[in-house]
Design a protein around this ligand. Structure first.
Ligand code: DAK
Length: 258
């Protein structure tokens, strides 16, 4: 499919979606978010793709939702059209692993988009923040909720109330990002993750993702029960037999995704 505001390509088993509005620091307008959703769904449906990387430019992952597009919208319009709700909700519905490879600014909706992904790999120049308060609004795509869960109340409050940005090192210390790597190595590292994921069982990977996500939606007891049910179910998979046999026989597992 041809896109105007993103570049979608594959690298072996990995789908790569590059946000591509450099003149606006990848501000997330309606069209870009619609294209992002289409590309994510296409990769999710492609059996040859095992994981998806969302990235931006060296200067900006995304500097937020498009302020110029939002400025003149009215309350009845945003309410009745469920303002950008529909096309922002695609990322959490994707069943394959989605990795945010973040360099430069990840602000407002950009930070929220990164947090919707399964984990964030950050370049050492990355900057995260929820500066919406400067515009007379609060985060609208889950920022108050996901940031609080990721870094705790103190930092989430400070960032949402004062618009302060966090650099990559602080974001790693706070638990927002999985790892920080030198800017020049960001895509190489993200693609290495993609290569690793392509060696694993697809159904088991999807179940691991579902189980970790359940931790944010339920009590500990219910979450553990959910994990146990998935775990028991894995003993019906050929991939469980193959993985354990390969270990015992000292060879590399060949998963068949069933
Ligand atoms: N929107 C539109 N254009 C933007 C933009 C944005 N968020 N951020 C940057 N740009 C544009 C600038 O206007 C400028 O365009 P020209 O003036 O050249 O035409 C160009 O990108 C370069 O920006 P700067 O000249 O400002 O570049 P600097 O390096 O000096 O500064 C900066 C970089 C990132 C510090 C600065 O651009 C900045 O502060 N940007 C705004 C950051 C921000 O406030 N972000 C939060 C936006 S509000 C929702 C979903 C999401 C949201 C809400 C609801 N629902 C699902 C309901 C999200 C809301 C937001 O994200």
């Amino acid at each position: 499919m041809a896109y105007d505001m993103i570049i979608a390509e594959t690298h072996g088993p990995t789908g790569i979606i590059r946000l591509n509005r450099p003149a606006a620091l990848n501000a997330l307008c309606d069209q870009l978010m619609t294209e992002l959703g289409q590309a994510l769904r296409a990769f999710d449906a492609d059996d040859a793709i095992f994981s998806i990387i969302i990235t931006g430019s060296e200067k900006a992952f995304a500097a937020g939702a498009d302020i110029k597009e939002m400025r003149d919208r009215s309350y009845p319009h945003v309410y009745m059209h469920d303002f950008i709700g529909a096309n922002w909700e695609v990322v959490p519905t994707i069943r394959k692993p989605v990795i945010a490879a973040v360099a430069g600014f990840a602000l407002g909706g950009g930070c929220e988009l990164a947090m919707m992904c399964d984990f964030i790999l950050a370049a050492d120049n990355a900057k995260f923040g929820q500066p919406e308060i400067n515009l007379g609004i609060i985060p609208g795509a889950g920022g108050t909720q996901r940031l609080a869960r990721a870094v705790g109340k103190a930092k989430a409050m400070e960032l949402c109330l004062t618009a302060r940005m966090m650099d990559a090192a602080e974001a790693e210390r706070a638990g927002l990002v999985a790892r920080v790597v030198p800017l020049a190595e960001l895509m190489t590292e993200a693609l290495k993750v993609g290569e690793k994921l392509a060696t694993l069982s697809q159904p088991v990977t999807a179940m691991a993702k579902e189980a970790v996500n359940r931790a944010f939606e339920t009590t500990l007891a219910e979450g553990v029960k959910f994990e146990r049910r998935l775990f028991h179910g894995m003993f019906s998979l050929a991939d469980q037999k193959e993985g354990m046999s390969a270990f015992v026989e000292k060879r590399r597992a060949q998963f068949r995704h069933r």
